[in-house]
Write a protein that binds this ligand. Sequence first.
Ligand code: HPA
Length: 245
Amino acid sequence: MANYPTPHINATPDDFAKTVLMPGDPLRAKFIAENFLEEAVQVNSVRNMLGFTGFYKGERVSVMGSGMGIPSIGIYSYELFNFFGVENIIRVGTAGGMSEKVKIRDVVIGMGACTNSNFVKQFHLPGDYAPIASWELLEACVNKAKELGLNYNVGNVLSSDTFYGDDGCLPDELRGNALWAKMGVLAVEMESAALYMNAARAGKNALGIFTVSDHLITGEATSAEERQNSFTDMMKLALETATVL
Ligand code: HPA
């Protein structure tokens, strides 16, 4: 049993629902609580990593920021799974398109998460681990995406430790993005691999859902308004998925 508050969350297990939606930005968590949840109450304030619990269509759901990058989501998802009794975490974020299969504003559902991070080393595995989403969440989410008529893609994403890479000096075909894309990786973000590994280790469930905010091959980017609209679609998808868990 953990002592409460934990180092990063000043709440108790009762404060969280069994399913937590995690955007990277804590202000996004506040936006979701204010615009999509009923009777939302704030449950975390440590480091301004705002967390809320409320109701969506009568189901109790929590939403909390993860921060950016693998170490940050690694900490929050570890505490939620292991100390707060959370069963399901659905990351909701943006990603950069890496494949011509995905279009700007599409939803990408992360079946697997490749990574260039060292996070997996802590598990001392005698080989390469394949971080994957939980089938239960993935199946529920894909069914809901169909019901909602969204443009969605399911596949591998890359959880990168760097946003500003320094491989511009290499020939195009040897740059990281091109090599990952050659292996069918759809989009790049910065958190899901750690979330999937923490879920696996804790015997819990995780899924990452993304909207494509910019495209690394076509160079397209979304306006603030477009980002907001595709974010709303993704949020509905995540919340609807939460209702069937
Ligand atoms: N890299 C990493 N994470 C991202 C990107 C990107 O290009 N776009 C949105 N999230």
